[in-house]
Design a protein around this ligand. Structure first.
Ligand code: FES
Length: 153
C-alpha cells in the first residue's frame, strides 16, 4: 500500500510500485481528465503537475511520488498557489474556443498553467519552448498560443 497526495488529498493505493501514475489516476482513483496518448512520454496528453512542475504521468512510477504533491486537471483550480492562473487559463481556453476534438487539451492546459505560473508574460519563443512537448493532432496550436497570451495579459 502506498500513500500519495493528489489535489491536496491523501490516497492509499494498492498497486505495484512501478505502476505509472497515469493508470493510478484513471483506473484506481477514477480521475479521467488526465489522458492516455502515447504512453511513452512523447505527446503530453497525460501532463499533471508534480510540486507545481509539468510532468508526464504515463512515465512516472507511483513509487517516485510518495513524497510529492500531484495536481491534476480536476484539482488545479483549487490549488492555492496557482488558482487564479488556472482559472484565467481555463477561461482563455473558452474565450479563444481552443479545442477541436479536445483529447489533448487537459495536458495542454496543465502545461500552460505551469508556464504562466512561472512567467506572467511569456513571449512567443517562451510559449513555443514550454508547449513543445504537448502535441495536438487537430493542429490547435495557434489558438493555444492565443489563449496563453489572453490568460497572461
Ligand atoms: Fe504520456 Fe503521451 S501519454 S506523454
Amino acid at each position: 500500500m502506498l500513500t500519495i497526495d493528489i489535489n491536496d488529498q491523501q490516497h492509499q493505493v494498492d498497486v505495484e510500485a512501478d505502476t505509472p501514475l497515469l493508470w493510478v489516476l484513471r483506473d484506481v482513483l477514477h480521475m479521467t481528465g488526465t489522458k492516455f496518448g502515447c504512453g511513452k512520454g512523447l505527446c503530453g496528453a497525460c501532463t499533471v503537475h508534480l510540486n507545481g512542475k509539468p510532468v508526464r504521468s504515463c512515465s512516472l512510477p507511483i513509487s517516485a511520488i510518495t513524497t510529492a504533491k500531484i495536481t491534476t486537471i480536476e484539482g488545479v483550480e483549487n490549488n492555492l498557489s496557482n488558482a487564479s492562473t488556472a482559472i484565467a487559463v481555463k477561461q482563455a481556453w473558452i474565450t479563444e474556443n481552443v479545442p477541436q476534438c479536445g483529447y489533448c487539451q487537459s495536458g495542454q492546459i496543465m502545461s500552460a498553467i505551469a508556464l504562466i505560473g512561472n512567467n506572467k508574460s511569456p513571449n512567443d519563443e517562451e510559449i513555443n519552448i514550454a508547449m513543445s512537448g504537448n502535441l495536438c493532432r487537430c493542429g490547435t496550436y495557434k489558438r493555444i498560443k492565443s489563449a496563453i497570451k489572453t490568460a497572461s495579459n
